[in-house]
Design a protein around this ligand. Structure first.
Ligand code: 4AD
Ligand code: MG
Length: 493
């Protein structure tokens, strides 16, 4: 009996040992209670004040040690970056800057951090420097906030669609088809790349590869998503996508996450409505649930703005911008109307655009998109009905036979955040387009089957998750909103 009781006691103390989160302590409900907290030291001032962070919030817990009661050698080990376990009583703070603090009674160093080597010092580091230490940058206030907001947005995506009755579908990551027909894919192979087997005409013999065929990392889950929509009605995917495009910009990643809803019986109008509702929902969710982190990021963005020349500064602060998107309808403009606006625009007349807009059919560059959003309409813009020949094969041909029922949502500071369309559901029209665009029909047999058996009008779109996170966090570079960015020349970590 005695023996059993002692085991029980051990397991109980173990559970208490896990400690309490700083986010909970800062609410102040535990004043007077004896608690254990664990985290990483941000700073240790005057041999007395520890600023402790455990990642549960951007706020630090001030922990006060009475250095006369502690071993000097131990206090020397309380350095920036060290991980510690503190035991003590939560009290109301008399000092300025915090409402509550921990009066430390015992202190244990869990992991030392040599201050001469630890790269994160309690000062401002540039984002470029932090990218080089992506394994540690999550320990800064800015990146802690970004990771937490990113998490909240992942949850909000699933909540939005689940509440609407959409089903989440996992589409394959390794595929044999090029969904966008753009040929910007990463090859997946187990062939010996130094000496691959070859066919008689000297080409690589894919039939000897792992999948008996050529395969790549997916650029989009859309085509497989469509097969599910044509049975389940409303679905969405949320997965990693890969593009081997050599774009070294602040908005392109080689590996990014995309949300792709696909809906049976939706036309382009329904599709645009859903896209707008979805984006507004995400913004509202962040405003309601990530208040502290957004305030921190708002301040960071404002500080960064001050270092820029006057004409490059944002007219609105981060939170102001989010409120604006939440409360205003997006402008809906056809491609044809947009071309007219651009043709007549000042930068076009004065030849300030790098690519001048002379005629209908021109592909819009980001300078044009930004002009429409930031200068002309001053709000998010949904452009629709693009020329057929600048868009993907699966988009539905309009009555005019010149345009397709495509839509792009353009955001201030970001440019294209969503791309989508009503899909070509007519078998013959789709088949002709596949041939005309030089796509292998034999690879598309299963996709064409969906148009052969019970085809139905349907639509969908893709939201670039990182571009959305850029907008919500106000971060200028997409490399700073994904934990470990993959870009041309960079796959460290
Ligand atoms: O416009 P995209 O290429 O459309 C598709 O892939 C469609 N299959 C989507 C669909 O209809 N289901 O890409 C969609 C979005 C873009 O608007 C952009 O936000 C993002 O994905 N995106 C990228 N984000 C980061 N890095 C890149 N290299 C991106 N390429 C596209
Ligand atoms: Mg696009």
């Amino acid at each position: 009996m005695v023996f059993l009781r002692s085991i029980n006691w051990i397991s109980k103390t173990k559970r208490i040992m896990r400690g309490i989160k700083i986010k909970e302590l800062l609410k102040g409900e535990k004043v007077g209670e004896h608690v254990i907290v664990k985290g990483w030291v941000r700073t240790f001032r005057s041999n007395r004040f520890i600023a402790l962070n455990d990642g549960s919030t951007s706020g630090n817990l001030q922990a006060v040690v009475d250095f006369e009661k502690f071993d000097e050698a131990q206090l020397k080990r309380v350095t920036t970056g060290a991980s510690v376990a503190l035991e003590g009583t939560l009290i109301e703070s008399l000092g300025q800057g915090q409402d509550y603090e921990l009066a430390v009674e015992s202190l244990e160093i869990l992991g030392d951090s040599d201050p001469n080597e630890y790269p994160l010092q309690p000062k401002k580091h540039s984002l470029e420097f932090l990218r080089e230490i992506a394994h540690l940058r999550v320990r800064t206030n800015t990146f802690g906030a970004i990771y937490r907001v990113r998490h909240a947005m992942i949850y909000a995506v699933h909540k939005f669609f689940n509440d609407k009755g959409f089903y989440n579908v996992h589409t394959p990551i390794i595929t044999g088809s090029d969904a966008e027909g753009a040929g910007e894919m990463f090859r997946v192979t187990t062939l010996n790349i130094d000496n691959p087997p070859r066919t008689e005409d000297g080409k690589i013999d894919d039939s000897q590869d792992f999948f008996d065929r050529e395969t790549n990392l997916t650029v989009s889950g859309q085509l497989e998503g469509e097969t599910a929509a044509l049975a389940l009605g409303e679905i969405y995917t949320f997965g990693p996508t890969f593009r081997a495009e050599n774009s070294n910009t602040s908005r392109h990643l080689a590996e990014f996450w995309m949300i792709e809803p696909e809906m049976a019986f939706y036309d382009l109008q329904d599709n645009m409505d859903l896209a707008e509702e979805f984006v507004k929902y995400l913004v509202s969710y962040a405003l309601e649930n990530c208040k502290d982190d957004l305030e921190l990021l708002d301040k960071r963005a404002a500080d960064e703005d001050k270092t820029k020349p006057q004409n490059e500064r944002s007219e609105m602060g981060l939170i102001e911008r989010l409120e604006f998107v939440k409360n205003n309808d997006f402008e809906r403009v056809s491609y044809t109307e947009a071309i007219e606006i651009l043709k007549r625009s000042k930068p076009n007349q004065k030849k300030k655009f790098k690519y001048l807009i002379n005629e209908w059919g021109a592909d819009l560059q980001s300078e044009h998109e930004r002009f429409l959003v930031e200068k002309h309409f001053k709000k998010p813009v949904t452009l629709y009905n693009y020329p057929a020949n600048i868009k993907a094969f699966y988009m539905r041909l309009n009555e005019d036979e010149k345009t397709v029922a495509a839509m792009d949502v353009l955001f201030p500071g970001i440019g294209e955040i969503i791309g989508g369309s009503q899909r070509e559901e007519r078998y013959d029209v789709l088949k002709k387009k596949i041939t005309d665009m030089g796509i292998e029909e034999k690879d598309m047999w299963w996709y064409l089957d969906t148009r052969k058996f019970g085809t139905a009008p349907h639509s969908g779109f893709g939201l670039g998750f990182e571009r959305m996170i850029q907008f919500i966090t106000g971060m200028g570079n997409i490399r700073d909103v994904i934990p470990f960015p993959r870009t041309p020349g960079n796959a460290e970590f």
